[in-house]
Design a protein around this ligand. Structure first.
Ligand code: PRP
Length: 207
């Protein structure tokens, strides 16, 4: 059995369709249910739906052999796994954003609201800027509007959330897309199955 951790949500659904088109389908998964694990015994595959930010933990610890997660999560949590493939989907950018009229006063510590404290810290230490991290878990865009933070470090996909909240991108930090990752031990001991799935996904990548 190859255990596959998929991120709950739109990205996970897309990856599941790529896999199911390659023969790794699991009929039960296509039904409307609250179940979180599914298996297709004949095809030797078991899927888990997990929180996107937890995929790396499942794969690093071997609870899942392989998984899919955004590069943003890989960079932030740095799980000890192999990154096998860029799936070319779930594309977005990690950005610094702020109110349109924001001007940085370098004499003051910059207050940065984010779900990605390590990424934000690495970026600002790279440009030698003192910051105060305000770790939030969602709806980050509200922070500058309420005066909780000066800027945010967050994911921008269509830019709609920023626009509708009168914020704008001030700096792009990195491009993001979904990655296929593998547990280091499974890569050795289940190499054939892992490679098969990797190749199946590779053929579904739209350039
Ligand atoms: C992400 C991100 C932005 C939004 C960007 O939030 O944190 O808020 O998507 O997308 P857009 O550029 O297409 O508008 P998510 O939907 O994950 O919700 P969250 O804020 O609760 O984390």
């Amino acid at each position: 059995m190859l255990n596959v951790a998929l991120p709950k949500g739109r990205l996970g659904e897309k990856v599941y369709s790529m896999l199911s088109e390659s023969g790794y389908s699991c009929r039960e998964m296509e039904e409307d249910s609250r179940k979180l694990t599914f298996e297709n015994k004949e095809r030797g595959v078991r899927y888990f739906w997990v929180k996107p930010s937890d995929v790396g933990i499942y794969v690093e610890r071997g609870a899942a052999d392989v998984g899919v997660l955004g590069k943003d999560i890989l960079v932030e949590y740095m799980p000890d796994v192999y990154e096998l493939l860029d799936l070319g989907i779930g594309k977005c950018r990690m950005c610094v954003a702020a109110k349109k009229d924001f001007r940085d006063n370098t004499e003051k510590t910059l207050r940065v609201a984010t779900k990605f404290p390590k990424t934000a810290m690495d970026y600002y230490s790279g440009i030698d800027r003192d910051i105060d991290i305000i770790k939030l878990n969602g709806s980050i865009e509200i922070a500058p509007l309420l005066g909780l933070a000066d800027v945010i470090v967050d994911i921008v996909e269509t830019g709609k959330t920023l626009k509708e909240n009168n914020l704008e991108v001030k700096k792009e930090i990195m491009d993001i897309s979904a990655r296929f990752i593998c547990n280091k031990v499974s890569y050795q001991f289940k190499n054939e199955e892992v490679k098969k799935m990797e190749n199946a996904l590779k053929q579904r990548i739209v350039q």
